[in-house]
Write a protein that binds this ligand. Structure first.
Ligand code: DLL
Length: 434
């Protein structure tokens, strides 16, 4: 049963694959130029006409798209089909300003499901498997993406969503889950609970598909040992589709990018220059099949490198190395994307000044995030509000902004160390990028 799913596309000879990409790119450029005034404007500004794009070699002629562009165009500015043709949205957390809302037609959902199905097959999944999905369901793409992929493969799908570890383990043992889909940190948590309860012998897991946040080879090794499974990395982002943009095969040596749908480039984050294969830079994607929200040359801010070295699995699609960092200041805490600017907005809205520090750490398998913020001299002089009340208010504000619980310490004026140069606002002690 292995590799039954669309093997001809995943193992296509390079020349054929590139011809397919070129054909799809040309069509896509025409589609966005005709239907999205934003793209038309950008291309006109850059002096590029759709007919100038004759194949993938012309891709660098197109302008880049950034998260700021998405923010400026929120919510409908990048929509490339009539709204009535859309059947779904997915979104990232954040303020309205930072929120990304991606639209999908039914065909777009099918493409995305197909990418996730390929990921499940690459992890050894077949219709005999029981696929236990505990990525969050809802606006986050993790749950819906793997759910769709699991259906396509024909697995029995357990739409568990995140949290409630007791129930997860009960379903896992009662229904014999064989493939686990969740963030690597939650997988480590589950593994710990299963072993603490002495239930390791009662679980039938054989593989895990873990992503949505950076994780180290050491974590992979620990999870594999603790659960007796093979742990596969999966990558994706809401803007481009969700999970399944790339995923690992049995080689576990980089993630194959689904090149029949997404063309990757690596650029120098400072100059925008396209870098040769093997060099580390910022990953950029062009969607060549999506219709509702097709981003062209989208700058992901994830840093990594690509390799076309032959893979023993037979897939010809290029591989990306695990992201080695980001070219912006986005943190991923408890699986949620957090921008320091969101935290600053909450603090300033509550009357604080920009004297704060964000400390991120990992205790056991769980991320912790603490914000220390200084009282202003006026606040310090006002004894009618207690420090505990102020902290509670900031906790509530941050929870509503980010969707996660943040520990808050309100400290005396001038206690946070001042830097001589750029303020060090974020201290991330986790070292998750390698
Ligand atoms: O995290 C989609 C996803 C869901 C991927 C489930 C895999 C599994 P966003 O919330 O938009 O989408 O966050 C996207 O998360 O730009 C990376 O910085 C980071 N990221 C995603 N997968 C990985 C990974 C989903 N395997 C952002 N390793 C991306 C490292 C990852 N970072």
């Amino acid at each position: 049963m292995k590799n039954y799913y669309q093997p001809e596309i995943e193992t296509m000879p390079l020349e054929q694959l590139q011809a397919l990409q070129s054909e799809r790119l040309v069509k896509q450029v025409k589609h966005v130029y005709e239907h999205v005034p934003f793209y038309r404007g950008r291309m006109d500004e850059a002096g590029v006409k759709p007919e100038d794009i004759k194949g993938i070699e012309d891709l660098p002629k197109l302008p880049f798209i950034t998260k700021d562009d998405l923010r400026d165009q929120y919510p409908y500015g990048l929509l490339a089909v009539p709204l009535e043709d859309c059947v779904r949205i997915q979104s990232t957390s954040g303020t309205t300003g930072r929120r990304v809302v991606a639209f999908y037609t039914m065909e777009d959902i099918n493409i995305w499901d197909e990418c996730c199905a390929r990921a499940i097959v690459a992890a050894g999944g077949t219709k005999e498997d029981v696929c236990h999905v505990c990525y969050g369901y809802g606006l986050f793409t993790g749950g819906p993406g793997l759910n769709g992929g699991s259906h396509k493969v024909g697995c029995l799908t357990l739409p568990m969503s995140s949290g409630n570890t007791e129930r997860q383990i009960q379903f896992m043992t009662d229904l014999g889950s064989t493939i686990l889909c969740c963030t690597p940190s939650y997988a480590a948590n589950l593994a710990e609970s299963i072993n603490e309860k002495g239930l390791r012998d009662q679980i039938k897991l054989k593989a895990g598909i873990f992503g949505a946040e950076p994780w180290t080879e050491e974590m992979r090794h620990n999870i594999e040992e603790a659960l007796g499974i093979k742990a596969y990395d999966i990558y994706g982002l809401t803007e481009i589709a969700g999970p399944g943009v790339s995923f690992e095969c049995e080689e576990q040596a980089g993630m194959h990018i689904q090149e029949d749908h997404f063309i990757p480039e690596i650029i120098d984050p400072d100059t925008g220059e396209v870098l040769p294969e093997g060099e580390v830079g910022e990953l950029v994607f062009t969607c060549i099949t999506k219709k509702a929200f097709p981003l062209l040359r989208y700058r992901t801010r994830d840093l990594c490198y690509l390799t076309r070295k032959k893979c023993s699995c037979g897939r010809t699609h290029i591989r990306m190395h695990k992201p080695t960092g980001r070219s912006d200041d986005m943190l991923i805490v408890k699986g949620v994307n957090v921008f320091p600017s969101q935290i600053e907005t909450v603090l300033l809205n509550q009357g604080y000044q920009a004297n704060y520090q964000i400390v991120v750490d990992r205790v056991g398998n769980n991320d912790t995030i603490e914000v220390q913020v200084e009282l202003t001299p006026e606040m310090a002089a006002d004894t009618s509000v207690s420090v505990a009340e102020r902290e509670k208010k900031v906790v509530t504000g941050l929870k509503s902004m980010l969707g996660i619980k943040v520990d808050v310490s309100v400290v005396e004026p001038k206690t946070i160390v001042r830097s001589d140069g750029k303020a060090v606002r974020v201290v991330d002690k986790r070292n998750l990028y390698q």
